[in-house]
Design a protein around this ligand. Sequence first.
Ligand code: GDP
Length: 177
Amino acid sequence: GDSKDGTCKIALLGCPGVGKTALTVRFLTKRFIGEYCPTLESVYKYQTSIDDDDVRLEILDTAGQGLNYWKDGYALWADCFMFVYSITDRDSFQELVQLKRHVESVRKSTSITGILVANKNDLLHDRQVTEAEGEELADEMGCRFYEVSASDGCQMENVATLFHDLYRDYRRARQQR
Ligand code: GDP
């Protein structure tokens, strides 16, 4: 971690199938996954402007097959973390507590910058995790919380906000050091 010169490295973490790739693809291409084929080397580099900062986002989608190669390295590589679960999968929600602890143990620090994301909120009839439960976990983690849908084309702005707000929190944490 600890990138210089406007680079912000983001790792998306969460169980298989929660929509990490879909969120990344939605943010980067404004499209939902379909013809799009995630690469083996799953770090996406994206130059953008956030609050007048020139930012180079590097996004690691840990759903990629490349994760074995990373082992625990991703936890040190990243500046900040997007913890993703699906509202239709209670196990994916519970798993995040362990995932965060693991990141903290690898980094030997409990002050990590993160955001909690509940994906698939278009599937309300299959909901297994309430919004209140998500908020409660975010309180415990000391981070922001959003419910979104990567597949709902009307929520493009919401998905962008996840990445922008995570960058803002990262910038603030850096300034405080
Ligand atoms: P990953 O393993 O965490 O990267 O998950 P993927 O992005 O590959 O998504 C897993 C499955 O969930 C795919 O079939 C996606 O089409 C689907 N999916 C992802 N996001 C959403 C969403 O917001 N709503 C719905 N209904 N399906 C989604």
